[in-house]
Design a protein around this ligand. Structure first.
Ligand code: ADP
Ligand code: MG
Length: 689
């Protein structure tokens, strides 16, 4: 029954089918996995005297009084009594017929939420039913009533009916349960079909609190399976890619030597180790799929450069993609400086590269005269054709979604071969998350910073001491240093954040007339932003007022002071990224976290972590603990990991189990197929690969 289309159900025509598709429901199985958000209890009649504001329930009683009042809003009031107490039903919209039917003496049953009203407790617009005095009242529901997520034009009764039909079919032909019986027994998780029935129609005594929080064994049973399916699908993606083959790129001793000799410093041991791991991957004809995690300032760019050298020495092209124009341009400048003396041409492509310049760049990419191509997601566009792309480097991966990651790989496809792929991220990802979010990638960690960095001193100061902070900026700039002033405003609109930065820049110009002050924010044109950044880099500006757009990768070693306003609004990982903009040179650097009092306990705890450590991994672990994985991975923006039932934070304890289960299924491809189809069948991300 699992794959049966919903069209086969009674009452499903094209219009309804379309609505269900909007909810991701295409098959009967999808319907069964569309779980209630919460439940209503209509299993018994509540004595009116027992009702508390906020309760939701069924009452039954006799109408004592009906009245239309014309206060602030005209409404129909109907007073009910049941022998234990009384309750008022209130209707703002009502017909004459409705009003006439509600006569004193009539018995009725109503269901709704109880709220405090002007004269005792009320139910506003309850569902109700009149009971003829001769009729024996129908029994209340046997099970809790599910309340499902809906879409426009679909009602609860309609969806309940469809899911009811699907459950009936389930009793004819059960879904296969792929989890080992052993495991279910040892972890006290119910069987699949049992779990589904339970969740759609829990018995009256069910633990509603656990259900609401998603911690009920029946929900955990499904979450475990979903996480497993997700994990298997990533491993499947990996296997498919590795099947396709790539170009074997032998280590390029000579060119690497020439490159390294020109650097003013030596590689750190961690850089050397990661470079060796990559060199090994590239030398085989199995496509590399590697994630490099390295804290802010750990020197990932050089690691990418050496990987590119290996591809270029073998006669191929390498592409490096950065998430913003500022970063892409910075990379372009760095790579040009490094590569051009070695006779390697570097091309550059971003939205702002236009006209003749653009066609020139495109030509050098398609002819292969440019061996290295640096750009933004402009590299994805159809007009971009590579001559022989063998390596794709994606910088700051958390800014890109899985789709983009896959599509750049497609760019370099040549028959059955695909380019090697290197993904770099400065967001340190706790191990458990790496396992599930990046199960398709091998991982390298640059766990060492270049020597000679002085750790950033972090101070936590209330914004009531703003004047002192401003004085500090004046002093630092008077000594020839540069400073950042970061304005934050999350959850509200970007426009507001930009406005805040504009206002701050104006205020600071008044307070610090002797300083050259620049401004960057997300609403500015890319070219304007880049011009300001370039000026700041060239020390033509003393102070840069910015929104969080400067977060990633920008490198200005002379900047040694950063003020972050309202740091309590940001995640720790983001604060860490921001703070990484200073402490890049040999001068002692400072970061001032200027919070707005009062701080919550959690807020204080978080800023404390920032003060105590500059270790990105510790900060990430703490962030995960305090804020959950969506924030840590930045998936809110990219929509990368969407689960129907599982929640990575809540269900994190299931992940080790998932890994073991996946390993045990490695020789059972049919089961793997069925699980992936069941949970992500309609997800295009996986269908595309
Ligand atoms: P991130 O890992 O944050 O991308 P970058 O690659 O931008 O870091 O490197 C930060 C700075 O450190 C750059 O100025 C770079 O030239 C410098 N750097 C990289 N590796 C070393 C090293 N081994 N020794 C000294 N400085 C280095
Ligand atoms: Mg970087």
């Amino acid at each position: 029954m699992s794959g049966k289309p919903i069209r086969e159900l009674k009452g499903v025509g094209t219009a309804l089918e379309l609505k269900l598709t909007r909810l991701g429901i295409l098959t009967l199985q999808d319907l069964l996995f569309h779980l209630p958000l919460r439940y209503q209890d209509r299993t018994h009649i509540r004595p009116m005297a027992s009702l508390q504001p906020g309760d939701e329930g069924v009452v039954e009683g006799e109408v004592r009084l009906v009245d239309v009042v014309t206060g602030r809003r005209r409404s129909l009031l109907c007073r009910l009594q049941d022998g234990t107490g009384q309750l008022t039903l209130r209707f703002f919209h009502f017909s004459a017929g409705q009003k006439n039917a509600l006569k004193p003496g009539v018995r009725m049953r109503a269901f709704g939420e109880v709220r405090p009203g002007s004269a005792g407790l009320e139910m506003i617009h309850p569902e109700y039913q009149l009971l003829a005095s001769s009729q024996t009242p129908p029994l209340p529901e046997q099970a809790l009533t599910p309340v499902y997520p809906l879409t426009e034009g679909l009602t609860q009764p309609r969806l309940r009916n469809l899911i009811g039909q699907a459950l009936e079919q389930l009793s004819q032909a059960e879904l296969p349960d792929f989890l080992p019986t052993e495991l279910r027994r040892s972890s006290a998780l119910p069987e699949l079909n049992q779990a589904l029935r339970y969740l759609h129609h829990p018995p009256p005594e069910a633990d509603q609190q656990a259900l609401l929080e998603g911690r009920h064994p029946a929900q955990r049973r499904l979450a475990l399976e979903e996480l497993l399916a997700h994990h298997l699908s990533l491993i499947r993606v990996r296997q498919r890619i590795q099947h396709q083959g790539s170009w074997s790129l032998p280590p390029a001793m000579d060119l690497q030597q020439a490159f390294l000799q020109r650097l003013p410093f030596a590689l750190t041991a961690a850089q050397q180790r990661v470079i060796a791991e990559i060199a090994q991957d590239l030398s085989t004809d199995v496509p590399m799929l590697r994630l490099v995690q390295g804290d802010v300032g750990s020197g990932k760019t050089l690691v990418a450069a050496l990987a590119a050298v290996q591809a270029i020495a073998a006669g191929y092209q390498a592409a490096i993609m950065a998430p913003t124009e500022i970063l892409a341009e910075q990379h372009f400048l760095a790579f040009s400086q490094w590569f051009e003396p070695l006779g390697i041409q570097v091309a550059w492509l971003a939205g702002k590269v236009k006209g003749k310049q653009r066609s020139q760049q495109l030509e050098s990419i398609s002819l292969g005269t440019a061996a290295l191509v640096v750009g933004t997601h402009a590299l994805f566009q159809d007009e971009v054709k590579f001559a022989r792309l063998a390596l794709v480097v994606i910088d700051e991966q958390h800014r890109f979604g899985v789709h983009q990651r896959l599509s750049l790989r497609e760019k370099g496809r040549d028959g059955i071969r695909v380019p090697h792929q290197l993904i770099m991220t400065a967001t340190p990802i706790p191990r458990t998350l790496t396992m599930s979010a990046y199960a398709d990638l091998d991982c390298s960690v640059i766990d060492e910073l270049p020597p000679g960095r002085t750790p950033v001193n972090t101070r936590v100061i209330s914004d009531t001491r703003r004047d002192e902070v401003v004085a500090r900026v004046r002093e630092a700039c008077a000594q020839g240093r540069q400073a950042y002033w970061v304005c934050t405003l999350i959850d509200e609109s970007e426009a507001l954040e930009c406005q805040a930065a504009e206002v701050t820049a104006e205020q600071l110009s008044l307070q610090l007339p002797e300083l050259r002050i620049g401004l960057v924010h997300g609403r500015m044109k890319a070219a304007e932003k880049a011009a300001v950044m370039v000026a700041f880099k060239a020390a033509e500006l003393d102070l840069l007022v910015a929104t969080t757009v400067i977060e990633v990768g920008v490198d200005v070693p002379n900047a040694s002071l950063m003020i972050i306003e309202n740091p309590e609004r940001l995640g720790l990982a983001q604060l860490h990224q921001l703070r990484g903009r200073v402490g890049r040179g040999s001068i002692e650097s400072f970061c001032v976290l200027m919070y707005h009092a009062p701080l919550s306990r959690q807020g204080r705890e978080r800023l404390q972590v920032m003060r105590e450590t500059t270790d990105g991994f510790r900060i990430a672990e703490k962030d995960l603990e305090l804020r959950g994985p969506g924030e840590v991975l930045g998936t809110r923006q990219t929509g990368m990991m969407q689960f129907r039932i599982a929640d990575l934070e809540r269900d994190a304890d299931l992940l080790p189990q998932v890994k073991i289960l996946a390993a045990n299924l490695s020789d059972r491809p049919q089961v793997t197929d069925a699980l992936i189809l069941r949970w992500m069948g309609s997800s295009e991300t996986y269908a595309q690969v």
